[in-house]
Design a protein around this ligand. Sequence first.
Ligand code: 8IG
Length: 268
Amino acid sequence: MITESPAELARAAATVISEHTGTPQHDVALVLGSGWGQTADLVGETVTTIENTAVPGFTDAAVAGHTGTMRSVQISGSGKRALVFGTRTHFYEGRGVRAVVHAVRTAAAAGCRTIVLTNGCGGLDPDWAPGTPVLISDHINLTGESPVEGANFVDLTDLYTPRLRDLAREVDPSLPEGVYVQFRGPHYETPAEVRMAKILGGDLVGMSTTLEAIAAREAGMEVLGVSLVTNPAAGISKTALSHQEVIEAGQAAAERCGTLLAQIIGRM
Ligand code: 8IG
C-alpha cells in the first residue's frame, strides 16, 4: 500500500466530497460534538448527505448519539455552503492524531476558510446548568500531542478568532466564555483532576477540540469554538456522570444551540 501524506489524504477526501455534492467549494465547516447532533437542520437546508465510509480517511461514528455522515448544507439567508461533520474522531480512539484532525484538513482542502468546532463538555462553574452554551476563549491541551508535523512553529495567539467570538456575542450577548481543557479520556476526570484544571485556569473539561483547533490554525482557518455544558464536571455536583445525561442535555438544548449557530454562521 502507498502511504499518503495527511495533505494528500485530505485532498482525496475533498475531491470525493466535491464529486458527491457537485460543489467545488465549501465556505465554512462545522464539526458537531456531543449534544449538537440535531443542530445541523436548523443551520440550513441539507443539499447532500454523504456516508463517512464513502470518503477517504473517514470512519463511522464511534460514539452513541453521533452521526456517521457528513452533509453539505445551504446556509439560510446567505449564499454560503457549509460542510457539516456529524461526528469526529476522538484522540482516545487510538487511531492517532492524523485521524483526529483529518476532517479539519479535509475542510481546508474543500475551501473552508472558517471552522466551527462544537463539543459537549463538563463545566467547572456551578452556575452553568446543563444545556448552557459557552464560547471557547482559549484552550489547554493536556493530550501531550500536536497535529503539527515537523519544525513548524505555529502561533496560537488568538487561536479562537476574537472577531468570531464578538460576532457570536452580537447574536447572544448572554454567552459566557471559558478556557477549554482537553483531557485524553475516554474516562471522565476525577474530582481532583477537575480541581487541577481549575487551578490551571480552565473552565471547561472535555475530550476533543484542541488538536483540531491547532490543525485549523496551521491550515490558516479562522476558528470558532462553542462548548455545550452537558454536565457539571466531576466533583462540581454531587451526582455521578453519565453519557445518557449528556445526550439528554443535548436534546434539551438542541433548538437554542441550532438557532445560535445558524445565526452566527449566517452572519459570517
Ligand atoms: I459531554 O465532564 C462531556 N465530555 N473530559 N469531562 C470530559 N469530557 C466530557 C465531559 C466531562 N462531559
